[in-house]
Design a protein around this ligand. Structure first.
Ligand code: DGY
Length: 326
């Protein structure tokens, strides 16, 4: 076995942990029980490991990167999003970074569609009413929601997951798909993904959208991208779906938009400061609150581990990993 140290920061599905150990790439530390690493643990890890395999829930202190210089060679991230890693600092300190795209695309889009349906058709509210024994029976005016079939969905970010959402919305529900993305999407990709129409700006998409679904990466470039200006541009009574990153939404502006009725409901999987939600979220019955479940299916979470291991193996073999970020 190579004389190398590898840290997995959170518990993975057993199958993926077992493979990582069996690959004999180095001495593997699997942190159990599954708790977030403290700042002190991060700083202690900086000169202890050649490889760290982090996740989205890791809070990595800024001082970690210079402290890890010369020892840590690669952060093989378990997850597609890498906004929890300071990519510039990693690069500046000679640390490579990889991620795990593709394997979670379908599950994340499935979850986003589920949130859209729950928010539109008031399934969370209805479930709570029924469970509380407060259902007074079927009546024509009871718990009227928003029609999904044939409505227009606005998609922000037309990468893999945004495209998968477009296919579901158009193919499954006959929705018109409009989207915004910085790249000029070729016609064949638009045609193959929900006959989607690319519009010039987020506010133009908002103005057309009955549902606004976010699929852009997190990080500095998209911080509070969905702000008061975007909410004000929405059709009154639109519904927001966020399965991307919490920081993409200005949460104060979202609460204002819910209060004014500009936004009728929201389906959310991600938040600022997860898992410490702003307590205001709990006061709105028309928000569906999921605990960052986008990729949470049995096969997907194992596949993310396998993909992270594949990247690590390639890196350690001196090859360019398939999912090299930097
Ligand atoms: C990701 O991969 O970025 C998700 O948010 C966690 O699965």
């Amino acid at each position: 076995m190579a004389d190398r140290t590898i840290l997995v920061t959170r518990a993975w599905p057993k199958e993926a942990e077992e493979r990582l150990v069996a690959e004999r790439l180095g001495t593997v530390t699997l942190r159990h029980p599954d708790t977030p690493m403290s700042r002190d643990e991060w700083m202690a890890a900086a000169q202890s490991y050649d490889v760290i395999m982090p996740t989205v829930s890791d809070k990595i202190p800024a001082e970690f990167y210079p402290a890890a210089k010369g020892k840590l060679r690669v952060m093989a991230n378990y997850g597609v999003g890498f906004n929890h890693i300071d990519i510039d600092a990693a690069r500046d300190n000679g640390i490579a970074v990889t991620n795990t795209p593709d394997v979670l695309t379908d599950c994340t889009a499935d979850l986003a569609m589920g949130l859209l349906l729950c928010a539109a058709r008031r399934i969370g509210e209805g479930e709570r009413e029924t469970r509380a024994g407060q259902w007074a029976g079927w009546r024509p005016t009871h718990m009227i929601g928003k029609k999904v079939s044939g409505a227009t969905i606005g998609i922000i970010g037309f990468g893999r997951i945004g495209q998968a959402m477009a296919r579901r919305a158009h193919g499954g529900f006959g929705m018109r798909v409009v989207f915004q993305d910085a790249w000029d999407v070729p016609d064949e990709i638009k045609a193959a993904n929900g006959q989607a129409e690319q519009l010039g700006s987020i506010t133009e998409v908002a103005a057309e959208a009955d549902f606004l679904s976010l699929h852009c990466p997190g990080g500095a470039d998209t911080y509070k991208l969905i702000n008061a200006e975007v909410f004000n541009a929405l059709k009154p009574g639109a519904i927001l779906v966020n399965s991307a990153r919490g920081d993409v939404v200005d949460e104060d502006a979202l609460f204002d938009a819910l209060d004014s009725g500009r936004v009728a409901a929201a389906g959310l999987d991600v938040y600022h400061n997860e898992p410490a939600l702003d307590p205001r979220f709990l006061t709105y019955g028309n928000i569906v609150l999921a605990p960052h479940l986008g990729s949470a299916t049995d096969g997907t979470r194992a596949a993310m581990g396998h993909r992270a291991i594949d990247n690590l193996k390639a890196f350690l073999a001196g090859e360019t990993p398939g999912d090299l970020v930097t």
